[in-house]
Design a protein around this ligand. Structure first.
Ligand code: ATP
Length: 489
C-alpha cells in the first residue's frame, strides 16, 4: 500500500481520472482552491447531503430545514462579529513575497520536529503558540517564528514582515450604482450559513409553531478568502456547509451540547466507517461566541484534522441581532418552571450548533473508501483500485452488464434497467470484456454488478458480483431490485 502522502496524491488523481472532481476552469489552468464536482462526484455529494438532511429533518420531528440566500444585509456580518473578528494573523516572507497563516507556519515546524522525533520540542512550540494566539500577542508570535528558525518554503529565508490581521470575507457590490465611498453597496458572500438561520429564527418559529427545544437545518455554499489554501478540497475558497442550530432554554446548554456531540459522532459511525478514524478535539481557545466547543476530527491521509464543529453558541447571535436590528428576538416559553411554579416566560434562546463541511465529508468518505488491492497470484501479478463506499453513498448502486451486445442479451438488460432505475441509480454498459467492466465499476465504487448471459434466457438467473469481496453468485433476475433496496435501507 502506498504511504499516506502517496495515498493522498493517488486519491486526487483518481478523483480527476474517474469524473469525481476537476480543478475549476481547468482550461485556463484552474483557480486556486476552487474545484468542480464531475458526474460521479456530484452524485456522491448529493448522497451525502441527503443522508445528512434526512437524519436532521426526517428523523428528528423537532428539526426543520430552510434555504436562505447567500447574500444578506451587510449589518448581519457586523452583528455576527465577522466584520471585526473574522481574521487570521498572517505573515509575509519579504524575499518570496509568499503569505502564510501564522498558526499553519508554526504547526508545520512542529510536524517537522515530530518527524525528527523531537516530541518535547514540538509540544513546547505548540503550547507557546497557543498561549500567544490566545492573547493576540503578535510581536511574541513573530519572535517565536524567528527564534524557532522557521523559514519560508519558497525562498528558504527567515526574512519576515510583521504579523497582520487579514479578514477572510469576500466582498462585492450590490446593484448597478456605486456610491463614492463604495461602502453603501458593499455586500459579503456569506462566510458561514449559520447567520441565515439566526435571522430567520422567529419566522420559522412562528410559522412552524415550533416549541423549544427545536432546530433549524440548512445546507448551502459559504465563501472564505483562505490565504493558505491547499490540501485539495479540505480547504477551499468556495465550499458547502451543512449546519444545524438547535434552540434551547438558557441553562440547558451543557446537557444539549453533550447530546449533540454524541449524536453527531453516531451519524458518522452509522456509515460503517471505523470509530478509530474519528476523535474529538475539545477547544481550549473559544471563539468569541462560544461557552464550549469541540471538533470531530477525521484521520485524513495527512493526519487528524477538523471535519465537523459542535459549538455551544450561548445567546450571542440572537442577542446581537436584536441589538443591531432593534427587533426583539425573544421566545415565550409557557412551560412551567418547577422552581417557581410559573411559566419560564420570555427569553432569548441559547443555541447549540453542529457544523460540518460537505466537501470535507466528501474527502473523509473518499479517504476511507479508496483502497489499492494486490490481487497477484503466483502465476500472475494483478491489482485493483476500488472505492469501498458505504452503499447508501455510492454514486451508482447497480451496473447492468449484458455479456454480449447481441443474442437478445441487451434487451433483457434494458428491462432490468427500466425496472430499477426509478428506485436507485443504475448504469448500463455493454462495451469491453466483462473483467474490464468490473474493474471500471470498482474504480467508481459501484457495489453491485449484474451480468446477463445466455443462461439468463433459459432460466431467468443472472450473475451478481459484489464489489468488496469480488464474489459472484447466480440468483433469479427477479430478486435483484429487492437485494439492492435491502442494502440501501
Ligand atoms: P479550520 O480551522 O479548518 O479553518 P474552522 O474552525 O474555521 O475550520 P468552522 O468555521 O467551524 O471551521 O466551519 C465549520 C465547518 O466548515 C468545518 O468543520 C469544516 O468542515 C468546514 N470548513 C470551514 N472552512 C472550510 C474551507 N475553507 N473549505 C472547506 N470546508 C471548510
Amino acid at each position: 500500500m502506498a504511504n499516506d502522502t502517496n495515498k493522498f496524491q493517488a486519491i486526487i488523481g483518481h478523483c480527476k481520472e474517474y469524473g469525481f472532481i476537476f480543478p475549476s476552469s481547468e482550461i485556463y489552468d484552474g483557480l486556486s482552491a476552487v474545484y468542480d464536482y464531475g458526474q460521479w462526484g456530484a452524485e456522491l455529494k448529493k448522497n451525502i447531503k441527503d443522508y445528512w438532511w434526512k437524519s436532521m429533518t426526517q428523523l428528528h420531528e423537532n428539526i426543520v430545514g430552510i434555504d436562505a440566500a447567500i447574500f444578506m444585509h451587510p449589518t448581519t456580518w457586523k452583528a455576527s462579529g465577522h466584520v471585526d473578528n473574522f481574521n487570521d494573523p498572517m505573515i509575509d516572507n519579504k524575499d518570496s513575497k509568499k503569505r502564510y497563516r501564522v498558526d499553519h507556519l508554526i504547526e508545520a515546524k512542529a510536524d517537522e520536529l515530530l518527524k525528527a522525533e523531537k516530541q518535547e520540542a514540538a509540544a513546547a512550540l505548540l503550547a507557546t503558540m497557543d498561549k500567544l494566539l490566545a492573547s493576540d500577542d503578535f510581536s511574541g508570535l513573530k519572535l517565536l517564528i524567528e527564534e524557532s528558525k522557521i523559514s519560508c518554503a519558497v525562498s528558504g529565508t527567515c526574512n519576515w514582515t510583521d504579523i497582520r490581521q487579514f479578514n477572510l470575507m469576500f466582498a462585492t457590490e450590490f446593484g448597478s450604482t456605486v456610491s463614492s465611498d463604495g461602502e453603501d453597496n458593499k455586500v459579503y458572500l456569506r462566510p458561514e450559513t449559520a447567520q441565515g438561520i439566526f435571522v430567520n429564527f422567529l419566522n420559522v418559529q412562528k410559522t412552524g409553531r415550533m416549541k423549544i427545544p427545536f432546530g433549524i437545518a440548512q445546507i448551502g455554499k459559504a465563501f472564505r478568502n483562505e490565504i493558505v489554501a491547499r490540501q485539495f478540497i479540505f480547504r477551499m475558497r468556495e465550499f458547502e456547509q451543512m449546519e444545524m442550530q438547535f434552540f434551547i432554554r438558557p441553562g440547558t446548554q451543557k446537557q444539549w451540547y453533550e447530546r449533540w456531540k454524541e449524536e453527531r459522532l453516531k451519524w458518522h459511525l452509522a456509515l460503517g466507517i471505523p470509530a478509530s478514524n474519528y476523535r474529538y478535539h475539545d477547544h481550549v481557545k473559544l471563539a468569541h461566541y462560544a461557552d464550549a466547543a469541540c471538533d470531530i476530527e477525521y484521520d485524513f491521509p495527512f493526519g487528524f484534522k477538523e471535519l465537523e464543529g459542535i459549538h455551544s453558541r450561548t445567546d450571542f447571535d440572537l442577542k446581537s441581532h436584536q441589538e443591531f436590528s432593534k427587533k426583539k428576538q425573544q421566545y415565550f416559553d409557557n412551560d412551567i418552571d418547577p422552581a417557581t411554579g410559573k411559566p419560564y416566560g420570555n427569553y432569548i434562546p441559547y443555541v447549540i450548533e453542529t457544523s460540518i463541511g460537505l466537501d470535507r465529508m466528501f474527502l473523509a468518505v473518499m479517504s476511507h473508501s479508496y483502497v489499492e488491492e494486490d490481487l497477484s497470484t503466483p502465476e500472475k501479478p494483478d491489482s485493483r483500485v476500488v472505492l469501498k463506499f458505504p452503499v447508501k453513498l455510492a454514486p451508482i448502486k447497480l451496473a447492468v452488464l449484458p455479456l454480449l451486445k447481441k443474442d437478445g442479451l441487451p434487451e433483457i438488460a434494458r428491462q432490468l434497467m427500466d425496472a430499477c432505475k426509478s428506485s436507485f441509480k443504475c448504469f448500463y454498459e455493454e462495451k469491453d470484456a466483462i473483467g474490464k467492466r468490473y474493474r471500471r465499476m470498482d474504480a467508481l465504487g459501484t457495489p453491485f454488478c449484474v451480468t446477463i448471459d445466455h443462461q439468463t434466457k433459459e432460466d431467468n438467473t443472472v450473475t451478481i458480483r459484489y464489489r468488496d469481496t469480488m464474489q459472484q453468485e447466480r440468483i433469479p433476475i427477479s430478486e435483484i431490485q429487492t437485494l439492492v433496496e435491502k442494502h440501501l435501507n
